[in-house]
Structures are given as structure tokens and as C-alpha cells.
Design a protein around this ligand. Structure first.
Ligand SMILES: *Cc1c(COP(=O)(O)O)cnc(C)c1O
Length: 385
């Protein structure tokens, strides 16, 4: 099927609608009917395609969208999506008014942003909905708990500001099977929420959990789950998978949403003893048939996969030979009879009984599945299948 649709493309990304729906159902079951699910679609929808994923996630029943930047939020609006959108990252002073026009929600932890938003809201005769981010131990974005009450008080006096949410983020839940550190962070978060209440303020929405916490630490789910990697069908880490199994949950199945495919541009014969690619890092040990694939590190196929990864051709594994170049790499198809120019190549995904996962590429490249996906070039065409 994809053969026909994509006959003119050298590479494309397929987004599996059913897989995404299945993942949303899994997390809906974890969260229950009343909690909100926010689909994190930053970094071009983790490389899957911002608009494609946002649309699918909403039609699968996700309630909110989360982006890193105001620009990403505005792109969602320009595509006609009107779901609640929360900006998770900082918003530059010069972007506040535009973002407010687009009815985006803001993560706030400093006075300047709050005051800028208040002024913009007054000018536009609207209100700015903000989520106060507090520092509980990640030491990234956020306001110290000690400063929280005074900050809330100040915000409550600013015209046009509605404090809608209180949030924080876990530092050490994906990299370990221990919940010691998350427990300390959660305790800080709960204390912060109690302080705010004691000062007489009611903040309707609290949220702290991303994918891993939603799965292995349900106490942290509060009113909303910020669902990133799990939406796309990947486990945050081996440790998360292990924690899930150790906690004897029912088998929890996630389905990878993305496949990355290309086409062989040329097949050539090279003799035994020939060098392949930049740096001559591979030398053939037999007469070899080599497939030239017009994809490289500029597209997001990590250079660390040189002489390491496999691709799938005609349902068989073909070893990557030589260095990954900017726009090319080569694979050994000596043992794949009939492999020819124009054949589909699977870089990530399934072909017949074989699979290449983003996680397996990440392991070879010395990184995590998140990075393999997030760095897929936005220029590659995306197709929902
Ligand atoms: C990226 C991000 C998430 C999603 O994390 P996953 O591990 O992909 O689920 C959630 N919250 C914040 C603040 C983030 O930056």
C-alpha cells in the first residue's frame, strides 16, 4: 500500500493511527475518566509531526495539548485546533501578547512574565491562564517552594491573571527503579499545594506526572497527566518497564506509532577487500552487494549508527556498512536476493517478522529513544496510515 502512495518519495514517516489510539486507551484506563490527559507534542510531536499527532491525539480522546514554545502553540491554532494548549517552556516577553491572542496557557515562575501577561491581558480585555511551576528537586524550571505563597499573592492581585494550575516535574523516575527521589519531590509538591491553600487560594489543577510517573507512581497523577513518550508507544526506559513489571501491574502494552522508511537508490557490487564510505571504516570480507540509501545524519539517522545498525529490506535484516554520511549510508544486501533500486527500506519499524525499534537504535547510538525520535527531520513527509 505504501509502495503506491509513496512511489515518488525517497523517504517518509508513517504514523500508525491505530497504535496511537491504543496507547491513548491504555493511559485513559490508568488515569480514569475524570483526570485530564495532556498530549505532549513538543519537538514536532516527538518527531512524528506536530499537527498530525495533535489531531490524532485529540480524536483519540486526549483533553489538552502541551508544547514547549509559544510558536508551537500558535502553529496548532493556525491548523485550526482549538483544544486547551499549555506552553511548558518559557515564553519570551515579546511573544506574550501573540500567545495570549492564540488563547494559549502559560507556565510561569517569575514576576516579569506574570506582569507582562497581566498587561497583555488587560490590553486584549481577556485573561491569561497560568500554571505556576515549582521547583521540587529537578533544579530546572521553577519557583522555590519558599517563595510560592508570596508569588501567588502577588499574581492574585494582578489584573487579568487566572491561576489555573500548579505543576512540577520529576528528575529521577526514568533512570531507576527506586521511587526514593520522586517520593521526596512529591512530598514537596504536596506541601507547596497545602501552603497555597492555607494562604486562602484555590488552584484548580495540579499536575506532576509525565509518562513514567503515570505508570509507576500513580499517586502522582493528580488532575492531569502530561503524556509524552508513552503516547508514541515507547517506554521511557528499561527501568520504567522493569518497575512496571515489578509492581505486578497487568501487562501494559505500548505500540510504537512511528515507522521510518526509505528507498534504495542504487545497488552495486563491490569486490572482496573494498573500502566503504568516508574514512574507509569498513572493508568487505567477501564480494558484496551494497544498497545505497539516500538518508543520513541530516535527516536524523545518527552518525553513531555507522557500522552498527541494521535496516530491513524485503523482510530481512541488512547491516549498515561504513559511516553514516550527511545524506547517505549503505547497507549490505548480499544475502537478500533480488534487492534492487526502488525497494522499500525500513529504518525504524516492522517489515515482515523483523523489527527495528527506536530504542534499539538509541542503544547503538549511545542515547535514548526520545532523542532518536525528536531529531527526525521535520522535512521528511509524514503520512497517517
Ligand atoms: C517533555 C515533558 C513531558 C513528557 O515527558 P514524557 O517522559 O515524554 O512523558 C512532561 N512534562 C514536561 C514538563 C516535559 O517537558
Amino acid at each position: 500500500m505504501t509502495e503506491k502512495i509513496n512511489g515518488r518519495l525517497w523517504q517518509w514517516i508513517e504514523i500508525d493511527r491505530k497504535a496511537l489510539f491504543s496507547n491513548v486507551r491504555r493511559f485513559r484506563a490508568l488515569a480514569g475518566p475524570r483526570r485530564r490527559l495532556l498530549a505532549v507534542v513538543k519537538a514536532n510531536g516527538y518527531g512524528h509531526g506536530l499537527i498530525e499527532i495533535a489531531r490524532l491525539a485529540l480524536s483519540a480522546g486526549v483533553d489538552w495539548l502541551g508544547v514547549h514554545s509559544a510558536d508551537e502553540g500558535s502553529a496548532l491554532r493556525a491548523a485550526g485546533l482549538d483544544a486547551p494548549v499549555l506552553i511548558l517552556g518559557p515564553t519570551a516577553p515579546g511573544r506574550l501578547e501573540y500567545a495570549l491572542r492564540d488563547d494559549l496557557r502559560f507556565t510561569v515562575y517569575d514576576r516579569e512574565t506574570a506582569e507582562g501577561l497581566s498587561q497583555a491581558a488587560v490590553r486584549l480585555r481577556t485573561r491569561a491562564r497560568v500554571h505556576i511551576k515549582i521547583e521540587t528537586g529537578t533544579n530546572r524550571q521553577g519557583l522555590r517552594v519558599a517563595d510560592l505563597t508570596a508569588f501567588v499573592r502577588r499574581l492574585s492581585r494582578l489584573p487579568g491573571i487566572e491561576i489555573e494550575g500548579l505543576s512540577s516535574h520529576f528528575a529521577n523516575i526514568e533512570d531507576t527503579t527506586s521511587l526514593d527521589y520522586p517520593k521526596r519531590q512529591l512530598a514537596q509538591f504536596v506541601e507547596a499545594a497545602a501552603l497555597v491553600r492555607k494562604a486562602g487560594f484555590e488552584i484548580p489543577l495540579r499536575h506532576m506526572a509525565a509518562t513514567a510517573a503515570a505508570i509507576v507512581y500513580p499517586e502522582s497523577q493528580f488532575g492531569l497527566i502530561r503524556l509524552g513518550i508513552g503516547l508514541y508507544g515507547l517506554w521511557p526506559s528499561k527501568e520504567t518497564y522493569l518497575s512496571c513489571r515489578l509492581r505486578k501491574r497487568k501487562p501494559f502494552v505500548l505500540k510504537p506509532v512511528l515507522s521510518w522508511r526509505a528507498r534504495i537508490a542504487q545497488v552495486k557490487r563491490v569486490p572482496k577487500g573494498a573500502f566503504i564510505g568516508y574514512g574507509c571504516t569498513f572493508r568487505t570480507t567477501r564480494p558484496t552487494r551494497l544498497a545505497v540509501i539516500p538518508v543520513g545524519y541530516a535527516d536524523g539517522y545518527d552518525r553513531g549508527l555507522s557500522n552498527a545498525a541494521h535496516v530491513l529490506i524485503r523482510g530481512k535484516r541488512a547491516a549498515v556498512r561504513g559511516r553514516i554520511a550527511m545524506n547517505f549510508f549503505t547497507a549490505d544486501v548480499t544475502d537478500i536476493p533480488g534487492a534492487a533500486a526502488g525497494d522499500a527500506v525500513t529504518l525504524i519499524g516492522r517489515d515482515g517478522r523483523e523489527t527495528v525499534s527506536a530504542e534499539s537504535l538509541a542503544a547503538l547510538a549511545g542515547t535514548i529513544g526520545y532523542e532518536i525520535l525528536a531529531r527526525l527531520s521535520p522535512a521528511i513527509p509524514r503520512r497517517v496510515v
